[in-house]
Design a protein around this ligand. Structure first.
Ligand SMILES: C[S@@+](CC[C@H](N)C(=O)[O-])C[C@H]1O[C@@H](n2cnc3c(N)ncnc32)[C@H](O)[C@@H]1O
Ligand SMILES: [Zn+2]
Length: 286
């Protein structure tokens, strides 16, 4: 779904309309590949098509790095997470309408591109702190735009602009989800379940269950869950695929020499469980 010819397109107009100046919060306009607000704060659109709205440093280790992004691209191209993409696309087809889908922590834009393909009148905004990942996301779909931002800070996005917020294995800022969603909008959160990749054992980190509970509590202040879809499959992972799934995640930084050696020595495929929960929420108050 990559459209290489569109690498130099500016941000789609509907995305520009939804963005706000990250310094003063006012609307921005696009001219000569620069976003500018009335106060003349300006942000250049990179030649790869994304705009960097950050003006503060982000903590080291927050953004996905180039090797992680390369591993993620190769892994996702294998199609093993496509069943999840299809569930998200079906939700977009029925709920995104002609609105904006904001993908919070979009990475390379893989899921956003599937959602936009299924919702032919919607536009998409990929937010992520990794500029390297957003080089891909900016080209992932012709109706998508991408902006570098730290999701833990108030988002440079207008109130009530999104018909859908997507959040796939990425930080969850419930207050901002709520603020940017239009009345009647849907929040769609995908998380791995406890059984996800269990056959890979200590090569991949355990889901931090308590952190997850805490996040659920914050979400519940703003949202009520209307459905939960579980997407579970058994897939044969080649040794290469296993190395990619490890290298695309945070585990890559924490592998002991012993685990790295085991990973490198893998020679035969392993049947692996992939298991995700897709939770759909509506705002408690709108
Ligand atoms: C596990 S990846 C998931 C990416 C994408 N949703 C996918 O599934 O392919 C987590 C993403 O969150 C981004 N991220 C982590 N912390 C962030 C933050 N504070 N603000 C914005 N993005 C963040 C990372 O750069 C990375 O792209
Ligand atoms: Zn401004």
């Amino acid at each position: 779904m990559t459209h290489p010819g569109q690498a130099n397109d500016p941000l789609p107009p509907r995305v520009v309309d939804a963005l706000r100046c990250s310094v003063c919060g006012t609307p921005v306009g696009l001219a000569d590949r620069t976003l500018r607000c009335a106060e003349r704060h300006s942000f250049d659109v990179a030649k790869q098509g994304y705009v960097n709205l950050l003006h503060a440093r982000i903590p080291a280790g927050t953004a996905d790095t180039a090797p992680m992004v390369a591993a993620r691209v190769a892994f996702l191209e294998s199609g093993v997470y496509q069943p999840l993409a299809e569930v998200l696309a079906r939700l977009a087809a029925t709920h995104a309408g002609d609105g904006l889908i904001v993908d919070a922590g979009a990475g390379t834009g893989y899921y956003l591109a599937h959602a936009l393909e299924a919702a032919p009148k919607a536009a998409g905004l990929a937010l992520d702190v990794s500029a390297i990942a957003l080089r891909r996301a900016a080209r992932a779909h012709e109706r998508a735009g991408a902006a570098v931002w730290n999701l833990w800070e108030p988002w440079p996005v207008a109130d009530d602009v999104a018909s859908m917020v997507l959040n796939v294995f990425a930080p969850r800022n419930a207050a901002q989800f709520h603020r940017v969603l239009a009345p009647g909008g849907l929040l769609v959160v995908a998380t791995p379940t406890a059984g996800h990749l269990r056959e890979l054992g200590d090569l991949v980190l355990d889901v931090d269950e308590r952190k997850d509970e805490r996040l659920e509590r914050t979400l519940r202040e703003y949202f009520t869950r209307t459905s939960r879809i579980e997407v579970t499959n058994r897939v044969e992972f080649s040794p290469e695929l296993i190395r990619e799934v490890v290298d695309m995640g945070p585990t890559a930084h924490h592998l002991t020499d012993d685990r790295r050696a085991r990973l490198e020595a893998l020679a035969s495929p392993v049947d692996v469980t992939t298991s995700f929960a897709v939770s759909v929420y509506r705002a408690v108050t709108e």
